[in-house]
Ligand binder design. Structure first.
Ligand SMILES: [Zn+2]
Length: 388
């Protein structure tokens, strides 16, 4: 639950108030990101994808009220944000928001109203924006014909929750032929805020490798539920916070934590001699493991508590066969073993309610541990890789 949802009078998901807040938050945070330290919106910079998402929603709101919608992002920014006060937008906002006469852009710079709205509703926009960033990275990688870029980005976020200033520079320079790469990292990490530090240090959880938060004089807390039971049991890895960057909170939950369960599978399979490609086909699956004799498996890792809800989220496996570089013999939905502990009906419920599993008998639901045990073991290590 976000901070906003905890407030009295908060409008629920899908209500016109909520929809208006999301729309305005997208536009305000998109505008804020377009301006540099000097405040002016830089017309040479590419438009932020949040503005496109805001525009799409605005077009719907305009259609509902019979208004003419902006014709593109430039029109949204320079005719709407710069010239129309909020009372002329088709939005339903709490009167206490006192938005009526406000403009989002004044003299080419985001107004104070715009900046404060973006800051106050960061949680609200995170939901929408996290997938927007993921889709954006996928789209660019696809346009360049470089699927490994997407996989490298995902792997970096999964393995490195905190980057020192020097590491950030090194990581930004990894793909100098792809200018978007550095921008993706700028969008994915944020400077470590003061409240995330104690005595100039930031802590990294030794179990899930995510950054921890200070627990008011009682050490550090890991926000990941998987670590909650071991809260004070393990010694955090302390890093210098000065100049360092940490993964954005929404991407921890959306990319890094799921990514870790994928690596918990990929690394042992590589140890058994397989060449393991992670995120093949822009996440069509989580991993393809191929042994030197040609035997290959395709795996999707799913870390859900509730098998009934998980069943609805399982997609059909891609039909890669013949001389496709990712052709596989068997497909698996693999769940961490602790999800099924004491719940013998977990996999049965999953199979019973998943039309994707029923429609693809060559795909089997299994625990990660059982899957690893079933796979060949050559005794010589293979590798985990991002590209074909
Ligand atoms: Zn942890």
């Amino acid at each position: 639950m976000s901070i906003l949802e905890a407030l009295p009078g908060y409008a629920g998901r899908g209500s016109p108030e909520r929809e208006s807040e999301v729309l305005l938050s997208l536009v305000a945070s998109g505008l804020s990101s377009l301006s540099g330290w000097w405040g002016q919106v830089d017309r040479r910079r590419p438009y932020d994808d949040r503005l496109q998402l805001g525009l799409d929603r605005l077009a719907v709101a305009c259609a509902r009220q019979g208004l003419e919608a902006p014709v593109g992002v430039a029109d949204l920014v320079w005719s709407w944000c710069a010239e129309r006060p909020m009372r002329e937008w088709p939005l339903v906002l709490d009167p206490d928001a006192q938005a009526d006469g406000e403009l989002l852009l004044i003299d080419g710079a985001p107004s104070e109203f715009c900046r404060e709205w973006a800051r106050a509703t960061r949680d609200l926009v995170a939901d929408v924006h996290e997938s927007a960033l993921v889709n954006h990275v996928k789209d660019v990688a696809r346009a360049l014909g470089r699927p490994e870029l997407y996989a490298h980005w995902r792997m970096l976020l999964t393995e490195r929750a905190v980057l020192s200033a020097a590491e950030m520079i090194r990581q930004r320079n990894r793909f100098l032929d792809v200018p978007s790469w550095a921008r993706w990292l700028d969008e994915s990490y944020e400077p470590v805020p003061c409240e995330g530090t104690v005595n100039g240090r930031i802590a990294v959880c030794p179990r899930c490798h995510q950054w921890m938060t200070p627990a008011g004089g009682q050490g550090w807390l890991c926000p990941s539920w998987r670590c909650a039971v071991h809260r004070f049991g393990s010694v955090p890895d302390l890093r210098e916070a000065e100049g360092a960057f940490r993964l954005r909170a929404d991407l921890v939950g959306y990319i890094a934590l799921p990514g870790r369960s994928e690596l918990l599978l990929a690394k042992p399979l590589a140890a058994r001699g397989a060449r393991v490609v992670v995120s093949p086909g822009y996440d069509a699956l989580d991993a393809i493991a191929t042994w030197p004799d040609g035997f290959a498996i395709g795996v999707d890792v799913k870390d859900w508590r509730n098998p009934f809800l998980l069943a609805r989220k399982i997609k059909r496996f891609p039909e890669w066969s013949g001389d496709h570089p990712y052709a596989y013999d068997k497909g698996y939905i693999a769940v961490p073993e602790d999800r099924t502990r004491g719940r013998q009906d977990y996999l049965r419920i999953l199979r019973k309610h998943s039309t994707a599993l029923q429609g693809q008998p060559h795909v089997q639901a299994i625990t990660i541990e059982d899957l690893i045990k079933q796979c060949p073991d050559l005794g010589t290590p293979g590798e985990v890789t991002c590209g074909p």
